[in-house]
Every structure is written in structure tokens, then in C-alpha cells.
Design a binder for this molecule. Structure first.
Ligand SMILES: C[S@@+](CC[C@H](N)C(=O)[O-])C[C@H]1O[C@@H](n2cnc3c(N)ncnc32)[C@H](O)[C@@H]1O
Length: 277
């Protein structure tokens, strides 16, 4: 990453004679042309969330990318409309949803390696959104769109049935304390919702460095009627070549954690004949 992307926002320039720029007033948007602070608003506030709302420092490079590129490649997850994915990406290529891309390095690498697949990458983390937009811009990646907000609202309110060709959830927040387990993303209800948006045959790919969460994922996925394990032995999968090492994965490996991948297939709809019949 370049220095400018990592350096803090510079002091505001002040031209002698020009009015001094004031500090942002209460309620004034942080990035007027960028992601909204709370796109879905209070309507959705009562649900248990799988993420911790946090206000993180945005570097000058990330702020610039958010202002410059959000109107082109960003979308707020506000539940206000159904997305037309071919329109969003400008082509009919398959679309994979990635939930929780963090700083987006792995997302950018996967987009570069497979330009014929569109990646709809969603996170609530503003610095990461800026970072991923920067990476896409610098590497000429036109197959990434960056969603700002809760992926549950995206799945439930903004995506149509069978619209996704894959779903990636890499190193979701482990929520290690027992009383927080209800916040974990991979649960039966989440899988039921995700299954409606995945076309039959689509792959759900999860990875985690939290062994007890990995076992929970394996249990709920194995028990879910809409998914089948791609592994003949019913266990974890070897890490596929297409998944790069992620930032959180690196931190887990440094601590001696074991990483597990899970590759499950969306089974054909029971009420429809198999394709080609
Ligand atoms: C532990 S980080 C992993 C980031 C990245 N995948 C990696 O491996 O480096 C999990 C990310 O998921 C995001 N996240 C959690 N729940 C989410 C949700 N419901 N919708 C969107 N993003 C979510 C968090 O904001 C966080 O950035």
C-alpha cells in the first residue's frame, strides 16, 4: 500500500484571504459523496448484529477514494430498492457476494485473478471501503462493487432469489464469549436466507481460524437441507488456490491458530426439476 494511503488525513489547507474551513457540524455527513453513516437507519436497529459499530480513523488516501470513487463503485445498503445486478456491474457475468471483506486486500486479489466474475463486497468498515476502492482503482479492477452496511439487509431486502453465484465469508468475527455466540453470522437462519439468494449449484465458502466456530459452522451447514458438503468425507476442505491469505487469517496464524475452510454447495430446489430436464 502507498504511503499516502496510510498517512493520516492532512491538515486542511488554508489560503490567505479565503474563509477558514470549519469543523464538521453535528449531523453533517463525513463524506458528502461517500458512504452514509447508517444507511439502513433506525428501522433496523433492534436486530442483533454480527458486527460492532465502530468509528475508525480514515487515512487521507482512503478519504480521497471514498469521495472520488463512491459515486461510481459504492452502494449504501439501505433496503430501499431491489438491485439489478447486471445493471450494477454493466455486464451479465456471475456475481459472488463477499460478506465482511475487512481491508479488502484478498478481495482485490481475487477480483484481479478472475475478471470474469463480479464481486459484490460488503462491509460496515469505512476505512476498509476506502482501501478497497483504492485497490480497485489502482489495479484497474472494474468487477468490484463496494457495499456499505449490513449484509443481512442486502440479502433480505435488496437481492432477488437465485441472483448469486457464490457467497464468501472469510474470517467472520468469532464472537468468542458464549453470551455473544448469538451474534455469530453463520447460523441456521442466516443460511436459510442466504440459500434463497444463491442459485442451485452455487458455492458457499467460509473460512475461520477459530476452531470451535469452525466446528459450529460444519454442524449447522451439514444439518441444513439447502446445502451439501463438497467434501466426500463430510469434513473441512483444503484451502482452495483461489483464496489468498487474508489480513485476519495472517493475524490468526501468527497466534498459532488452525485455519479451516468449508465449501458447501447450494442444492437444487426441491420444487423445480433439475437444470436441463
Ligand atoms: C474479522 S473481520 C475479517 C475481515 C476479512 N475477511 C479478513 O479475513 O481479513 C470481519 C469483518 O466482517 C464485517 N461484518 C461482520 N458482520 C457483517 C455484516 N452483517 N455485514 C457486513 N459486514 C459485516 C466486520 O465489519 C469485519 O470487517
Amino acid at each position: 500500500m502507498s504511503d499516502s494511503a496510510n498517512s493520516p488525513e492532512p491538515p486542511l489547507p488554508h489560503t490567505p484571504g479565503a474563509p477558514a474551513r470549519h469543523a464538521r457540524a453535528k449531523g453533517e455527513p463525513r463524506f458528502p459523496d461517500g458512504p452514509k453513516a447508517d444507511p439502513a437507519g433506525s428501522h433496523f436497529e433492534r436486530r442483533i448484529r454480527s458486527f460492532q459499530p465502530r468509528r475508525s480513523r480514515v487515512t487521507a488516501g482512503q478519504a480521497d477514494a471514498l469521495q472520488r470513487l463512491w459515486p461510481k463503485w459504492g452502494l449504501d445498503i439501505d433496503g430501499s430498492r431491489t438491485l439489478d445486478l447486471p445493471d450494477l456491474f454493466g455486464n451479465d457475468n456471475p456475481v459472488v457476494l463477499e460478506i465482511g471483506f475487512g481491508m479488502g486486500e484478498a478481495t482485490a486479489q481475487m477480483a484481479a485473478a478472475d475478471p470474469a466474475t463480479n464481486i459484490l463486497a460488503v462491509d460496515v468498515h469505512t476505512p476498509g471501503q476506502g482501501n478497497l476502492l483504492n485497490l480497485a482503482d489502482r489495479n484497474g479492477l472494474s468487477n468490484i462493487r463496494v457495499g456499505n452496511g449490513d449484509a443481512i439487509i442486502l440479502l433480505r431486502e435488496m437481492l432477488t432469489p437465485d441472483s448469486l453465484d457464490g457467497l464468501r465469508v472469510y474470517f467472520p468475527d468469532p464472537w468468542p464469549k458464549k453470551r455473544h455466540h448469538k451474534r455469530r453470522l453463520i447460523q441456521p437462519e442466516f443460511l436459510s436466507l442466504a440459500a434463497t439468494r444463491l442459485r442451485p449449484g452455487a458455492i458457499l465458502h467460509c473460512a475461520t481460524d477459530w476452531e470451535e466456530y469452525a466446528e459450529q459452522m460444519l454442524d449447522v451447514l451439514t444439518a441444513h437441507p439447502d446445502f451439501e458438503n463438497t467434501q466426500a468425507d463430510g469434513g473441512f476442505a483444503p484451502r482452495p488456490d483461489f483464496r489468498p491469505l487474508t489480513r485476519f487469517e495472517g493475524q490468526g496464524l501468527d497466534k498459532g491458530h488452525v485455519v479451516n475452510d468449508l465449501l458447501f454447495r447450494r442444492v437444487p430446489h426441491a420444487d423445480r426439476p433439475p437444470a436441463g430436464v
